[in-house]
Design a protein around this ligand. Sequence first.
Ligand code: TXA
Ligand code: MG
Length: 323
Amino acid sequence: MRCTGEWRAIGGDVRAQETRILPSGPAAIAEAARLIAAGLPVAMPTETVYGLAADATSGEAVARIYEAKGRPFFNPLIVHVRDIAQASQFASFGEEARALAARHWPGPLTLVLKLREAGKIASLVTAGLPTIAVRAPAHPAMRDLIAATGRPLAAPSANASGRISPTRAEHVLASLGGRIPLIVDGGATAHGLESTIVAADGGRLRLLRPGPIDLGLPLERGGTVEAPGQLESHYAPAKPVRLEALVAGEDEWLIGFGTIAGHASLSPSGDLVEAAAALFERLHEAEASPQKRIAVAPVPDQGLGAAINDRLRRAAAPGRYAP
Ligand code: TXA
Ligand code: MG
C-alpha cells in the first residue's frame, strides 16, 4: 500500500485514501505497527468498542486522530498500555489505583491518574490537564499492537465526531472510510460499551463514566466526560488571552502561526497538524513567560483549525484566568 507521504492534511482536510481492512492476526498487527510508527492512526478492536489508535508520545500522530474524526474540539484521550509497569512510566498510582488495576486489568476499566512530569506523553493527549486516563485493554489484537510498537497508544472510539461508538469493523468503515489507512477487523466487540472511567488521582475515588465494570460508586455529578465543557477541570491559562492578534501588544507574549512569527509559533509553515500538536505546549509556555498577557495569531477555522480555535476561545473566555 502507498500511504505515509500522501496521507496528510491538505488545507485542514484529509485527502481521500483507500482504507484497508485486514483480519486480526500477525500480518495485520505488523502492518498496523508500521503505520503507527509512521505517525498514522489505525482502527483497532478492543473488548469495549473499536478505538482509533496512535502513538501517544507523538503530538502530530495524536493530532491526526482528531483530524480523521473531524472532531471540532480536543477532548483528553485514554492511553492504552500493556500493564501497570508501562503506565507507571507516565502516571502515578496511589494505593487504591494500584489495587483497582491489579484486580481489573487487563479489562474495561480506565483510571484517571496524576500525570508524572517525567513522562513523554504528548500534551494533546491530556489536553493540557495535569491528569491522564489510562487503561490496559484485554483484547489480544490491541495488546499485541502495544507490544509491537513498544508505545503507549492513545485511542478514542473509532467513529467520526458526533456518531456512536463502533462495535464492528463495518461501523468504522462506514464512518471513517477514506480517512484512515487501516482497520484491523476483530469481529464484534465483547462488551459493545465504552470502559468504566474512575478518577483515582488522590482523594476519594470518583466514577466519571459508568461502563462494563461496576465498582458500586455513585456517578459523579457533572461526571459525564463526553463534552469538553463538562470536564471538571479544564486547562485554561492563568493570564488573559487575546485572539486574532497580528502583532504583540504591550506586555503580551504572542503565539504565532504561519507568517506571524510571534515569540513562539504553533507552526511556522501554517500546518494545522503541527499546530494542534503544539497547542497546549505553546499555551503553557506563554503562561510561564514574563509577559502578563497572551496573544494568539489567527488560525484558519477549517478542519483541525476548528478544534484549535475551540480551545483558544475557551482559553480566552472571560473569567478563565485568575486576575
Ligand atoms: O472503552 C473505551 O474507553 C474506548 C476504547 C477505545 O478504549 N475509548 C473511549 O475513548 O471511549 P473516548 O475518547 O471516546 O472517551 C474517553 C473519555 C472522554 O470522555 C474524556 O473526556 C475522558 O475519557 N478523559 C480522558 N482523559 C481524562 C482526564 N484526564 N480527566 C477526565 N476525563 C478524561
Ligand atoms: Mg467516544
